[in-house]
Ligand binder design. Structure first.
Ligand code: CA
Length: 514
């Protein structure tokens, strides 16, 4: 029987990756020390904004904030983008903060708690539909609902930002001095979409494990199932885990520190054929098993061998996408990928994925690139307008991400560098930090990145760019037991050769080994 709980945990990871961002945050200092509301919370229902309905505005008795809900529509469509806003009554810090969602969920009111407690005027949105299903892509007649798709892809977050800032200004009598967007996974994608499409919305963006390249990587995430189905070999978790463990064992020491973490998985070429003939539990690892795992790591390829998309890095948990179990063994596609095929590509909620051939998969993948690239791809490297208005962005990604291959984010960042005048010029406003050994929720054998929010605030408000982030591991009592620096891509952290490998100060920034 397949572990139902592990599937739920993975889905939760996809949407709550960003929760970790708040863990070690220090509240930023207030920009307007005498800031106070200039009107009652309830009176915000009278604020008039185009195509916007203020549904409610009231003090929340549980925490004393002013809570507002609003809806935006786009005539002649009858769509309804719901917006949640939290305004601190006593300790507004002078800033606005937009908060991202996860998976197909645009965001939630629950995400406001942390930011508002820190004094931000904060907003989130459902981007036009409730819940985490992709079914909103089809209307009642089973046809593509483009308004709904566009609301989710980019328009909802922009609406949220416009309405959120306007209500902030109405409540305090002055506009927020700085605005930040923070999100992970889909939220990371939403942040970069804002930089690409609405560059005036935010001064600073924190984009964690961004679900950019959506039109390529989301359909690509069905690839492990396509491989196993077409080879009639659903590989059990024990063998997938054995291959991951063997790859880690082989490539871990290459970075100079044997700690169970592959610092640079993109240069790990471990081939699972080394396992062929060995025993994994009661079973023998076969040639075909090696083939399946090799193809999952490689990523989807066309019938002619052409590159389609990146696979998972060695060291990432292959089981997340394979999800094999049951008797006889079969696989279960990742829910977001499955919804995308059903509602966006095949446009048939009853579609049976087990009818899919590699050729059919390739066709649907190409349809995705063609049909949705401009809408939700979020891979436009031209950030000129964002840079020119003074915008700054911190992107970070776990190198053992089991849901979004980090290689896709690296690929995007390199294209930004190319488009924006090279590595140096790009580093003046956009930096990428790769975190070895951590997954989509920034958990794992490696330490968890911290201080991203402080980094972006310092960069935007004081002009001090982050030269590193510190990743840390804590024990069960919350005590920090290991720290490691993360340097801006492409630099990597290299142990000096002396001193504890558990202390960040013993690592220096180096170009990656080639
Ligand atoms: Ca290592």
């Amino acid at each position: 029987m397949l572990g139902r709980h592990s599937r739920i945990a993975i889905a939760a990871t996809f949407s709550t990756a960003i929760a970790l961002i708040h863990a070690a945050e220090t509240p930023p200092k207030p920009l307007y020390p005498d800031a106070a509301p200039v009107c009652s919370c309830e009176s915000l229902t009278n604020v008039s904004l185009p195509n916007t309905m203020i549904d409610s505005a009231a003090l929340d008795p549980s925490n004393g904030w002013c809570r507002v809900t609003a809806s935006v529509t786009h005539p002649p469509s009858g769509d309804r983008v719901k917006i949640f806003i939290g305004l601190p009554v006593t300790n507004w810090n002078g800033r606005f903060r937009g908060n991202g969602g996860g998976g197909f969920s645009g965001g939630s009111a629950g995400s406001l708690r942390g930011p508002v407690a820190q004094g931000y005027a904060a907003a989130a949105t459902d981007t036009g539909h409730e819940g985490g299903s992709g079914s909103f892509a089809l209307d009642a007649n089973g046809r593509l609902n483009w308004q709904s798709i566009v609301d989710n892809a980019y328009l909802g977050i922009h609406d949220m930002t416009v309405v959120g800032k306007a209500l902030t200004q109405a409540f305090y009598g002055k506009a927020p001095r700085y605005s930040y967007f923070v999100g992970g996974s889909t939220g990371g994608r939403q942040g970069l979409m804002e930089a690409q499409r609405y560059p005036n919305d935010y001064d600073g963006i924190v984009s964690a494990c961004p679900a950019i390249n959506w039109h390529r990587f989301v359909p690509a995430s069905l690839w492990p199932q396509v491989v196993m189905l077409s080879m009639t070999n659903f590989v059990p978790r024990s063998k997938l885990d054995a291959a991951t463990a063997a790859a880690v064992k082989a490539c871990d020491p290459v970075d100079g520190v044997t700690d169970g973490v592959i610092d640079d998985p993109l240069r790990c070429g471990y081939d699972p054929k080394a396992l062929v003939g060995t025993k994994v539990g009661d079973e023998t690892f076969t040639e075909s098993d090696a083939d399946v795992i090799r193809k999952i790591w490689q990523g989807p390829r066309g019938a002619d061998g052409s590159f389609m998309w990146h696979g998972l890095e060695r060291g990432a948990d292959v089981f997340a996408y394979a999800a094999t179990g049951g008797s006889p063994l079969n696989g279960r596609p990742f829910s977001i990928s499955m919804d995308y095929f059903k509602y966006f590509l095949v446009q048939d909620p009853k579609w049976d994925w087990t009818t899919l051939t590699p050729a059919g998969f390739e066709l649907l993948w190409r349809q995705s690139v063609e049909q949705y690239g401009d809408v939700i791809g979020t891979d436009d490297p031209d950030l000129t307008r964002f840079r020119d208005r003074g915008g700054k962005v911190v992107i970070y990604h776990g190198l053992a991400d089991q849901l979004i291959p980090a290689a896709g984010t690296i690929d995007y960042y390199k294209r930004v560098q190319q488009q924006m005048g090279g590595a140096k010029k790009t580093a003046q406003f956009a930096r990428l930090f790769l975190a070895p050994g951590v997954d989509h929720g920034f958990r794992g054998t490696g330490p968890t990145p911290t201080g991203q929010m402080e980094a972006i605030v310092r960069w935007v408000e004081e002009g001090r760019a982050p030269d590193k982030l510190i990743a840390e591991r804590r024990d069960s009592n919350g005590k920090v037991i290991l720290t490691r620096p993360l340097f801006p891509f492409p630099q990597v952290a290299k142990h000096k050769g002396s001193g504890s490998t558990d202390e960040a100060k013993n690592f220096v920034s180096r170009p990656p080994a080639r």
